[in-house]
Design a protein around this ligand. Sequence first.
Ligand code: ADP
Ligand code: MG
Length: 261
Amino acid sequence: MPADRLRRPPAGPLDRLLAALRPSALMLVARELTKEYRSGDAILRALDSVSFVIPQGAYVAIVGASGSGKTTLLGLLAGLDTPTRGSVLLDGVDLASLTEDARARVRGEKVGFVFQSFQLIPTLTALENVAVPLELRGESEALPRARDVLARVGLAGRAAHFPAQLSGGEQQRVAIARAFANHPRVLFADEPTGNLDAGTGGRVVDLLEALNRESGSTIVLVTHDAALAERASRVLRLADGRVIADTHTERAADRLAGISG
Ligand code: ADP
Ligand code: MG
């Protein structure tokens, strides 16, 4: 046995799981993720040593009370923010090893993000909003491609509308089209239905699920809505910055039955 094997600490359950899985099958690995915010002398631990693995193509809901760390966790997983301790592997890339610019490039290539407040650019039309990430990548066919994606979310007839001329549900569909325009490997959505009525919110989640099935993108959805969370194949529950439950839903069993049968 090589000497370095002897010096290494014994592998924990997460290490054994990682070793057992093909690296390419893992979309996200969180290892002992901790995020602390300092205010004056006080330190607030928003996330406390959180570890989990999300396989490629999974559909995961993150739930928990307000202040439990959901948005903080999403920001770290997406590389929008850096942890105090611990690491994130996104599609095999250790985000902590990258410069801020390199992280931004990884986000542009692999990540889509949908926010509760839509965050469309008010001075651009729906079509132009969807085209922004494509243009940032230097795609020559940005507008035709954006038109296709906008049609995919049912808004071909709203291409020339500005955000203020669209309903909340329509604005969120534009935001989803923008997030999917780059064919992201993983899509993060932070309470995307929080500003919508139940029916409209349900249709927004229908759309996320359809895109998850068709494109194979991994989906990580933060929601307050227990009914929406139940539609995911797995539910991670946070409390005080820790994962207190990690549940595979019946839907996950249905999917596995569908795959094997
Ligand atoms: P959730 O999304 O579950 O409501 P957050 O991740 O937004 O929770 O927040 C978790 C905790 O971290 C909260 O106590 C919040 O006040 C605190 N927090 C979040 N962002 C910051 C920040 N930028 N500075 C200081 N404290 C923060
Ligand atoms: Mg939040």
